[in-house]
Design a protein around this ligand. Sequence first.
Ligand code: AMP
Ligand code: ZN
Length: 209
Amino acid sequence: ELLEGLHKFQLLGDRGRAKEEEEVTNVAGPSQKAGHWSKGLLTSMEDPEYIVHSTDSLVIIRDKYPKAKHHFLILPRKSISKLKNIDRGDISLLKEMDSEARKLTLRYQKSEFNIGYHAVPSMAQVHVHVISRDFISPCLKHKKHWNSFNTDYFIESGLVIEKIEVDGEYVEPSPEVSKQLLNTPLKCNQCEYVPTNFPTLKQHLLTHQ
Ligand code: AMP
Ligand code: ZN
């Protein structure tokens, strides 16, 4: 489990690696107890080092632990902790985020992108991921990282908007369903290849460059 990164905890020594732990926790489980790492996006939204573009209503930042060559997050300025707190009144905001995401991808004509939300986000403040489909990055460290972007755990932005338009709300999947999705057997996102383990998948992804 430790080798595949499936275990929730890691043994970390120095301070540099403690930072990594902050991020490793993200997909492992939504522990929102203290106001610590889960509020990190709010800090990065104010940090010129992370900001890529902003408008009156939203901010685009670089993901601190990019899981692909290009990985950004788009967040509303208005404080909205989670998707499940959004109702039809915020649809226009979600559409604006979606449209900014599409504009952003035009800067990277050579890459294809996925634009969407994690079914159960671990970080506070609603954010849409804009991520290139290569998934080549040292920060992509384990199966759960992969599955969080390459199964139904990743919900396409248009689908989230449609769900809220139709149902009036977004409902998170149960912990059991989330766990199942994050444990889905690995499969390449660009061909039919079925890797035997995560390191093999990482190697294989390089062949699609
Ligand atoms: P999720 O909440 O699962 O949708 O994902 C949160 C995303 O935020 C992950 O892709 C992390 O790599 C990223 N992240 C975590 N901390 C920060 C931070 N302080 N600044 C920018 N991105 C972050
Ligand atoms: Zn492939």
